[in-house]
Design a protein around this ligand. Sequence first.
Ligand code: ADP
Ligand code: MG
Length: 273
Amino acid sequence: MSANRTSLLLKHYLKKLKLPTILREYESIAMVCQKDNGDYATFLLRLIERESLDREKRAAERRVKTARFPLIKTLDTFEFAAQPTINEKYVRELMVGEYMDKKENILLVGNSGTGKTHLATALGFAGCMQGRKVRFFTVKALITQLLEMTEQRLLGRTLKQLERQDLLILDELGYVPFTKTAAELLFEVISRAYERLSLIVTTNLPFEQWVEIFGCERLTGALLDRLTHRVHIIEANGPSYRLKESKKRLKRLGCEHQKAPEPVEDQVSPQTD
Ligand code: ADP
Ligand code: MG
């Protein structure tokens, strides 16, 4: 067979079998193998390795996209020194992801600007890299979606989709009080998740105040019972990183005499994170 025809057929089959990395790289890998006097099996191994690595990378990228993080944050950019109440070793252990095998939950509790969303996203991102299905919601957005789905009679389907995740992140619980329907919907999500998948919840509210936003003592009790049965609690009660950064910025600009603005969500609306 002529070299031209071989190459044409090879490209055709590689496309058909969906092996884009081999298609892109077989010629250069062949040259390297030839130079190294590699045998056919080594050549084949190198091709398959490259394809497999690329496939894993593409799948991880898809999982990150599907998770819908508001911003990608990882531990690399988290300064533990700025938040001494957070135990770095504990967080790093959680990053390994074993809590998801055990269907355990993580609760990040603390004031605004203390890195709760950052850590929740970093944990979720690590989960995606480990092959887990992750979905990030602010509590407000989740409730809006669930209410819409109820109207369209698609609630059951949506709840099933949520159940199929390995990790659900519910960000900003407690900024807005719920209506009775919203509280019940959130309860439904949390009880379906119980022992089926892991939840990460971030909140500025200590447990004693949860009843105020859920509006019903019995429902709050049942919800806390499920959420905290197997839970890792991370408390971030240090200074607001946001506030500290804006103070530094003002100082750099020579505006020390001006008061740094309070974090926006404390001042105006809790939904401006
Ligand atoms: P919270 O969710 O607790 O209100 P965020 O996680 O949104 O706080 O943090 C606010 C901003 O400050 C984000 O840009 C986040 O990346 C950054 N941040 C917070 N804490 C830290 C930290 N310890 N190290 C680095 N960046 C931080
Ligand atoms: Mg936040």
